[in-house]
Write a protein that binds this ligand. Structure first.
Ligand SMILES: [Fe+2]
Length: 443
């Protein structure tokens, strides 16, 4: 009965997609704005007891959570793993499982198993549930350099596939996603399709995500609280960072403290998220993690006409906290385009503020946000509505390289890039007497 319901829903989606196909025109010769890509449904092609939708995420300093789904409710939540390829596994961990109902949809068995301790910068091979294909991943390095791939508003279209292919064309350590994953938008089988689409990438490198508006999925009466699929399928290491919610958390990797904020849960100064953020920023040790990076979904700074002002109330609530803590970088998504700002605090260029980047151009079905406000704000240093991804390579305690890569270009081409110095490099930003006297360049 459950499978029949799923099958009926899938047939309905396929029918709708046939009725409203999105036309793709070749953009190869003359570069211009790309249209939204055709939706890709990734089918389930393994047996019911074999793992599908395998993805991994960091937990604590030397553990990894392995997550996957089986149709078979009796499949075991166990992961065998080791450094040798070919089924000779040195270790085995048991974990937990969950499932959820959403309207007429019943999810498969969703497994989550934490494995470790793991050695840094090491290739591991693993098998989920005792059967099915062998997967492999590489753990992040213990120290710098480390490279992050940063992609927002991913979805599951031909552009998504193109973005992921570009990301994979050069090695990286950790994938960061500032919200809007599957664009299932209440159609739960599309979460399964998304999991299968990203498996070849998300099973190899840890994917660390925060939520966007497309993860909310509230339905009147039946689903009043939201985030059911997201919380069930993409658990984050929130308990490890003292957070009571899967919607905001932090983690440390290779000298970098990364904070994932929630744009779609409470953030006012009376909220649990605010209290947690104050506490988390207070625990940052710049000797251990010289770099501090924040990800959130709705941008606080944005000169695109799309989603103007949507991040403003969160900015007003939390910007002071990030500024006082000398956060180095803030990545956002939501606006389907790329934009890089200078260091900013309270709408002014400020050498002690974070550098803001909008990277919501991963490839979702809604297409690009083409219109920008004019004249260009002097705070905005580069803006372009094209599908692509970013890479943050932190070289050492003081220097990092940020680059943005368009999907229309060859893998080696960099459309925008900049060297960044960490704020610990600037003594003038740490003199508490001058903390509020830092010269703002009024613009
Ligand atoms: Fe969004």
């Amino acid at each position: 009965m459950i499978r029949n319901n799923n099958s009926l829903l899938l047939q309905l989606f396929s029918f709708l997609l046939l009725l409203f196909p999105q036309i793709i025109k070749s953009q190869e010769k003359s570069f211009s704005r790309q249209p939204s890509g055709q939706f890709i449904f990734t089918p389930h092609e393994r047996s019911d007891s074999e793992p599908q939708q395998v993805h991994i995420s960091l937990v604590g300093k030397d553990h990894m959570r392995v997550s996957w789904v089986t149709e078979d409710k009796h499949a075991r939540s166990v992961v065998e793993y080791g450094t040798k390829q070919g089924g000779e596994y040195e270790a085995k961990s048991k974990g937990e499982h969950t499932s959820y109902n959403y309207f007429m949809y019943q999810s498969g068995k969703i497994h989550h198993v934490v494995i470790g301790p793991l050695k840094p910068n090491t290739n591991y091979f693993y098998r989920c549930g005792g059967l099915g294909p062998e997967f492999s991943f590489k753990t992040p390095p213990l120290n710098f350099p480390i490279e992050f791939a940063v992609v927002g508003d991913l979805g599951q279209t031909e552009w998504t596939a193109s973005t992921l292919k570009h990301v994979n064309s050069k090695d990286y350590d950790v994938f960061l996603l500032p919200g809007d994953l599957s664009y299932a938008d209440t159609q739960q089988p599309l979460w399964d399709s998304f999991g299968r689409l990203v498996e070849p990438y998300a099973s190899q490198r840890p994917w660390m995500v925060t939520q966007g508006n497309h993860e909310v999925e509230i339905l009147p009466i039946t689903e009043p609280t939201g985030f059911k699929a997201y919380n069930s399928r993409w658990p984050n290491p929130h308990k490890e960072s003292g957070s009571n919610s899967n919607l905001y958390y932090s983690f440390e990797v290779s000298g970098t403290h990364i904070i994932m904020l929630g744009s779609y849960t409470d953030f006012d100064d009376q909220s649990e998220q605010y209290t947690w953020l104050v506490d988390d920023l207070g625990k940052v040790d710049r000797k251990r993690t010289p770099w501090v990076v924040v990800l959130l979904h709705a941008p606080w700074y944005n000169t695109n006409e799309a989603h103007q002002g949507e991040g403003e109330s969160m900015r007003k609530s939390m910007e002071d906290l990030l500024y006082e803590a000398r956060v180095d970088l803030v990545f956002a998504g939501h606006v389907h385009a790329y934009e890089r700002f200078t260091r900013v605090y309270d709408n002014n260029a400020d050498p002690c503020g974070p550098m803001y980047v909008t990277i919501g151009d991963g490839g979702n079905r809604e297409g690009l946000a083409l219109s920008y406000k004019k004249p260009v704000s002097p705070l905005s240093l580069y803006r372009e509505a094209s599908f692509g991804h970013g890479r943050l390579r932190i070289v050492n305690e003081t220097h990092a390289h940020w680059s943005w890569h368009r999907n229309n270009d060859s893998d080696a081409f960099v459309a925008d890039d900049v060297w960044i110095q960490s704020l610990i490099s600037f003594k003038e930003c740490w003199n508490t007497q001058q903390h509020h006297l830092v010269a703002h360049q009024e613009l």
